[in-house]
Structure formats: structure tokens, C-alpha cells
Design a protein around this ligand. Structure first.
Ligand code: SAM
Length: 476
């Protein structure tokens, strides 16, 4: 019973890191074992309590023992893979074993209630925060995808499945239907200990978070790109992988936070290696302070600003996150940063994204931008569904666009131009992306023209620029 008495005190007092407290306790003979027991008992605590209560074991138990000790014993008897209480004969062990049938009957009822076959399928706080799929992309800046599977046989041994929902256990791999060179595997697969990961030849990145770079540049038409809110740099390095094979290609990665700039630099160096290191240029700056005229040759931008993060597991239910005032503040910052991105004279495509599920930060930001006179005058429109991952089924929220048009068809079109991903259900985090496009003016060098305007050149009055108006098909 020594193991259980040792574990009991750690279950009773839960101040500070469990791991540190257990491994720093010199009196323990088997800290590893104690840690595993306390950790797993804590994980299934709610269910263990349900079983103890329903079986009414405490009423009949003699000798009386603490709730914690009972939870540990019930854990081992019912929840552990071995299904038995460790240690030799002991009156406490015998007392609990006398109620084994009752406890097991309650456990069967619990499994039926939650419609699960085994303990590890029970929903816990821990797996609430876990991604259902581990997504990774082959870093094509460093390795050719075909060579990748030859060089790293572990990945070639995984059995392909057609849907990410079929990744029920390790041993399988799903090649994504939407983003090239992106794969899904079971989260328990030991990806981060592979050589491919250490070498930066694979990059772990949620599927939906790969949408912006793909939407922006899958046709590789943008040699100069800005990632306006770049750290830690997932979208930056993904954008770099779409750069045209042109020695002048560059992704400017802008980040205003000093600490995050350091992470961004490290991530970028690892993703590029020495030979391609010029493909990403990190700029430690506030994006809104950057003069667009200094980047007149930039044609594509990714804007993935700070947001509530409500699409990230475990955060959506947090009431504070959806606090109206906070969302309002975030949304106005998101609009400001987007307006700045849309003012770059050479920009033809700007992809906006968040890992939020709230319309305030998503469709309503798009609506604010589409309603803005200056944005309209600049010739921006929301890209259509055909231009933005057309086969991805989950699109923007149609009713939101009623704020722009009462025509249901127009709302459908605008919502169709947006992409949404629901947390878990779509295989990863909750996400939103929308793309703004502007056609180059036929027969005119728009970059030079806009530069002139900005320098005080002749500015067309509203409505004078017929061509721009015609281009404006964002809403009716
Ligand atoms: N795109 C990143 C990725 O995929 O790895 C995640 C970006 S994170 C959601 C937002 C980042 O924008 C934060 O690192 C934040 O410090 C930065 N940021 C916020 N406001 C900024 C600004 N005005 N200029 C530059 N960076 C900004």
C-alpha cells in the first residue's frame, strides 16, 4: 500500500507543478510510478467520483479511508489497464475489493452513458485541449516531396486513409485534399522526435492555418509578399514555400513584439536553411508604421492579426474571451491593420485571417472594410468562392452580410468568398479567412499612379473613376 499512501498526499495538495513536487521528493522510492498514478487519477477524477458515489461504497467501507485514497484505489481497480490494486495483502485493499462487482457495474453504466468502449475515449479536460489530428506540412523549401518519403521511411510506412476522421489511432496518414504537401496523422504519433522534424523538413501547422498562404499564392504570382503580423512565423515560412523560383522573391515578415521577433527569426532560419536564407526578411516594426511607398513592389499580403483566439481549443467557452468590449477593441484594431495593408500601392491580393470563431472579428471586419469608401475607391473587392479554396465546404456566415445587402444571392456570394473552419469538427482549430483582390488597371501602371497620388498627385473625385466603380462588384 506504500504506493497509494505516497500518492495520497500529492492528490490532497495540488499546489504547484505535480511533476516537480513528486520528482523533488527524496523520500519516494518510485516517483515515476507515483506520478503516473496521481496524474491519471486526476485526469479521470470526475468519473471516479461518479462511480464512488453511485456505488455507495463509502457508506459500507470499513475501515473508513480518505476520499483521495479511495479515488486512487478505484482508479487502479477500474480505470487502469491492469485493472488491479497493487501491493500485497492489506485490510484497506481487501475492503475495496469486497465491492469490486458494484464498482465494475457502475463503470459499465458510465461507458454506456458516454458511448465509449474504453477509458481513454472518455472526454477529459486534457483531450478537450488536444487537436484531433496532428497536421504537418513537408517543408518544400528544404526538400522535394518525393525525396521526402524516400529519405524518411517512417512516413512511407504509414497507411493512407481517405478522410482525416479515419485517423483513429497511430499508423495512418491522410494527404489533405485542400493544401498541397499537407498531411494529417494521429496526435499520439511521435512526430517531433523524427529526424525530418529536427531537420526542419516537416513543419507542424494546423490545416486551416495553412489556408492563408495557399489562398494568397498557390499560383505563385507574387514574388514580393508581406506577412504583416508574422510571429511565430508559420504562415511566413509557408508563404516562402510558394515563392516563385526567382532570385528576387522575398517574404517580409513584420512583427512588433521583440520577444516574438526572436522566435520568428529562429523559426525562419530553421525553415529556410543557409542557402535560402534571403527568402524571408524579418522586420521588427509595427506594421501600421511601415510606409507602403517603401514596398511598392509588394503585390501580396497576409494579415493574421492578434485576435481573441476563440477558435483554439479550450478557449471558446471562456466567457472573458467573448466579452463584447474586448471583441470590439480587437475588431477595430483588425480593421485598422487591414486598411493599412490595403493601402500598399502594388498590392493585388490581401488575405485576412483569424483563429477566432466570432463574427465580430471575421465577417464583420470584412463588412466594415467593404463598406469603407477609401477601400472601395482603391478598387478592392472580396474574392469569390471560385478564387478561394472553392471545394472547401464551410464558408462565411451568410446572415451577417445582410448588413451590406438585402439580396440573398449577394449575401450568399459574399459569405461564399469567406472560409471558416470549426474547431475539432473540421480536424483542427477554429479559423476564418477572407481574401481581398484588386485587378491591375488595364494599360496603366497603377503602382506608379498610386505613388503619385500619395505624393499629392491628382486625386480623382469619387465616382470620377468609372473603371474602379465597375471593378467594384463586392456587393449590390
Ligand atoms: N501569423 C502568425 C503565424 O501563423 O505564426 C501568427 C500571428 S499572431 C495571431 C499575431 C501576431 O501579430 C503577434 O505576434 C503580435 O505580436 C503581432 N502584431 C500585433 N500587432 C502588430 C502590429 N501592429 N505590427 C506587427 N505585428 C503585430
Amino acid at each position: 500500500m506504500r504506493l497509494y499512501f505516497d500518492a495520497e498526499k500529492f492528490l490532497k495538495h495540488d499546489d504547484g507543478s505535480l511533476q516537480k513536487r513528486i520528482f523533488n521528493d527524496r523520500k519516494l522510492t518510485n516517483p515515476k510510478h507515483v506520478f503516473a498514478l496521481v496524474y491519471s487519477t486526476t485526469k479521470y477524477k470526475e468519473y471516479i467520483q461518479q462511480i464512488i458515489q453511485k456505488s455507495k461504497i463509502q457508506r459500507d467501507l470499513k475501515p473508513k479511508i480518505s476520499n483521495e485514497l479511495l479515488a486512487l484505489l478505484v482508479h487502479d481497480l477500474v480505470f487502469s489497464p491492469r485493472g488491479r490494486i497493487e501491493s500485497g495483502k492489506h485490510p484497506i485493499k481487501e475492503a475495496v475489493l469486497a465491492h469490486k462487482t458494484r464498482l465494475q457495474a457502475e463503470f459499465i453504466k458510465l461507458k454506456l452513458k458516454y458511448k465509449v468502449k474504453s477509458v481513454d475515449q472518455l472526454p477529459t479536460k486534457e483531450n478537450d485541449d488536444e487537436t484531433p489530428v496532428r497536421w504537418f506540412r513537408i517543408n518544400t523549401v528544404k526538400i522535394d516531396p518525393e525525396r521526402f518519403f524516400k529519405k524518411h521511411p517512417f512516413f512511407a510506412t504509414l497507411q493512407p486513409v481517405n478522410r482525416f476522421q479515419d485517423l483513429a489511432e497511430p499508423g495512418f496518414i491522410y494527404a489533405d485534399d485542400y493544401v498541397p504537401n499537407l498531411y494529417g496523422i494521429h496526435p499520439k504519433e511521435k512526430l517531433s522526435s523524427t529526424e525530418a522534424y529536427t531537420l526542419g523538413e516537416v513543419i507542424i501547422q494546423d490545416r486551416a492555418s495553412c489556408f492563408p498562404a495557399h489562398i494568397l499564392n498557390h499560383q505563385r504570382e507574387h514574388a514580393k509578399v508581406i506577412d504583416a503580423c508574422a510571429a511565430p512565423g508559420n504562415k511566413t515560412s509557408h508563404a516562402a514555400s510558394y515563392s516563385p523560383a526567382d532570385s528576387g522573391s522575398v517574404v517580409y515578415a513584420v512583427e512588433r513584439d521583440q520577444k516574438r521577433v526572436n522566435i520568428l527569426r529562429t523559426m525562419s532560419e530553421k525553415a529556410l536553411g543557409k542557402s535560402k536564407k534571403k527568402l524571408i526578411q524579418v522586420l521588427h516594426n509595427d506594421f501600421t508604421k511601415i510606409d507602403p511607398q517603401d514596398f511598392a513592389d509588394v503585390t501580396g499580403l497576409i494579415v493574421d492579426p492578434s485576435c481573441s483566439g476563440s477558435g483554439i481549443f479550450g478557449r471558446a467557452s471562456d466567457e472573458e474571451e467573448s466579452n463584447d468590449q474586448r471583441l470590439e477593441k480587437l475588431a477595430s484594431f483588425q480593421v485598422i491593420i487591414m486598411k493599412h495593408a490595403l493601402s500598399f500601392p502594388g498590392a493585388r491580393k490581401v488575405v485576412y485571417s483569424t483563429c477566432s470563431i466570432h463574427a465580430e472579428e471575421n465577417e464583420r471586419v470584412v463588412i466594415d472594410l467593404l463598406s469603407d469608401q477609401r477601400v472601395q475607391d482603391q478598387g478592392w473587392r472580396l474574392a469569390s468562392r471560385e478564387e478561394v479554396l472553392p471545394t472547401w465546404p464551410r464558408r462565411g456566415l451568410e446572415p451577417e452580410f445582410v448588413a451590406l445587402s438585402r439580396d440573398a444571392e449577394v449575401c450568399k456570394q459574399l459569405a461564399g468568398g469567406c472560409v471558416r473552419s470549426n474547431p475539432k469538427e473540421d480536424g483542427g482549430i477554429g479559423f476564418f479567412a477572407a481574401c481581398f483582390v484588386k485587378e491591375a488597371k488595364a494599360g496603366a501602371n497603377r503602382v506608379e499612379e498610386e505613388a503619385e497620388e500619395a505624393e499629392g498627385g491628382e486625386k480623382l473625385e469619387d465616382g470620377e473613376d468609372g473603371e474602379d466603380e465597375e471593378e467594384w462588384t463586392g456587393f449590390g
